[in-house]
Design a protein around this ligand. Structure first.
Ligand code: TXA
Ligand code: MG
Length: 329
């Protein structure tokens, strides 16, 4: 299969290209598209065969449910039992934006999307290209991050192509995504509400609306099935460094990649990748840099422990620690 690349400038949107991508959904194809978090790999959420193609292309375990992306709340309503007052307040405050809400599902939400759970995850993105595409598609679009299962999520179209060139119908290239880490996932089907995955919408921001919201699922049981799998891992091992970076670099043989805020660590590195000035920058770059380190043949990646102090810090730490498999020195 030849993968068609459609370049769409978010500041000057080409209606014909959007219509073309939407028509691919209508005939059961897969389209990768930008969102404000990461690129997604989409299919018509009501088309079982098309959704099956997403799992096949990603090599994704089929007990890991997908997020249904919608253009408006009226469409969201058709996938859930009902939108309660808590959900309505979250939507009003954070949609469109990087927040996914889990609610009791309706019959429209198919088993292949929900992995047979009694709930379904919904998200209304803010990215103008995603929004226009969803509006034109006139249906919910099931879309996980557009990476092979286990790899870092893609934040540029080139990284989607690296995983899926020749394997999907189309990719929309609109440049780099804004946040660089996947959406916050909150489960409103339980009391109190639980944040299953941290993202750019922080716990504190959510607590302004739902004061009893907290992190985590039930002890022992990962409530968000995706969180139990290996994640965000480049080929080279990742070590999170909170101590002396130069000393740590000396401990490793081969091509040592250093990711740090401080340019002074160019010196001990074979490959130095700056993570920016703060955690918002670091979050936006993390997945990009992990893939870049692989492209440059890094043998080990030493990544600076995040500074803290940004709404996205918890999400950044969550993804970085997972990519390191818990290796922190
Ligand atoms: O920012 C994002 O959310 C991106 C963009 C493309 O929208 N999408 C994304 O999808 O990150 P994915 O499939 O990579 O991650 C979805 C997460 C998984 O951990 C999955 O297990 C969880 O959401 N999830 C989906 N439906 C669920 C449900 N009904 N109950 C619990 N967890 C659910
Ligand atoms: Mg993912």
């Amino acid at each position: 299969m030849k993968t068609e690349v459609l370049r769409i400038n978010p500041l000057d949107m080409d209606g014909k290209a959007i219509a073309r991508a939407a028509s691919i959904f209508q005939r059961g194809g897969l389209v990768a598209f930008p969102t404000e978090t990461v690129y997604g790999l989409g299919a018509d959420a009501d088309n079982e065969a098309a959704v099956g193609q997403i799992f096949a292309a990603k090599g994704r375990p089929n007990d890991n449910p997908l997020i249904v992306h919608v253009a408006d709340i009226a469409l969201c309503e058709t996938y859930v039992e009902h939108i309660g007052p808590e959900a309505a307040r979250l939507m009003e405050k954070f949609w469109g934006g990087p927040l996914t809400i889990i609610m009791k599902r309706s019959k429209r939400a198919k088993d292949c999307v929900t992995a047979r759970l009694s709930t379904v995850a919904l998200r209304l993105p803010s990215h103008p290209v995603a929004h226009a595409l969803l509006k034109e598609a006139k249906t919910g679009i099931a879309a996980p991050s557009a990476n092979i299962s286990g790899k870092p999520s893609p934040t540029i179209a080139e990284h989607v192509l690296a995983d899926f060139d020749g394997k999907i119908d189309c990719i929309i290239d609109s440049g780099a995504t804004q946040y660089g880490l996947e959406s916050t996932v909150i489960d409103l089907s339980v009391v109190p509400p639980r944040i299953l995955r941290p993202g750019a919408v922080s716990l504190d921001m959510i607590r302004e609306i739902l004061p009893d919201a907290a992190y985590g699922g039930l002890a022992g049981a990962p409530r968000s099935p995706g969180m139990k799998y290996k994640h965000y891992a480049p080929k080279a091992p990742v070590i999170v460094v909170s101590g002396d970076m130069t000393e740590e670099a000396k401990r490793h043989k081969g091509r040592v990649c250093i990711i740090d805020y401080d340019e002074a660590y160019r010196e001990p590195a074979d490959l130095f990748l700056p993570c920016g000035k703060d955690d918002a920058d670091y979050g936006a770059r993390l997945f990009y840099l992990l893939r870049l380190a692989d492209e440059h043949g890094a043998d080990v990646i030493l990544a600076r422990n995040p500074k803290g102090g940004a709404p996205i810090t918890d999400a950044l730490k969550n993804r970085l620690y997972k990519s390191a498999g818990g290796a922190v020195v």
